[in-house]
Design a protein around this ligand. Structure first.
Ligand SMILES: [Zn+2]
Length: 69
């Protein structure tokens, strides 16, 4: 017989505050973000210096970059 104790699922701690790195759509280099970027902001690729517009990603709280020449 299996014991029928309470099923405790381990909670995996996810650090949602961790800044993410996005890829430059032009040169594919990683563009480090501070985490303070908002939709509509402009960031610069540290590799090719292209101005990139911060856009809303597919998921909530997800960001993506688009070239903003
Ligand atoms: Zn780039």
């Amino acid at each position: 017989m299996l014991s029928q104790g309470p099923q405790v699922k381990p909670q995996v701690a996810v650090d949602e505050e961790a800044p993410m790195d996005l890829s430059c759509p032009i040169c594919n280099a990683d563009v480090p973000l501070t985490g303070d970027e908002k939709v509509g902001d402009e960031v610069y690729c540290s590799f090719c210096r292209a101005p990139l517009a911060v856009l809303e990603g597919k998921e909530e709280d997800e960001l993506m970059l688009e070239d903003d020449f």
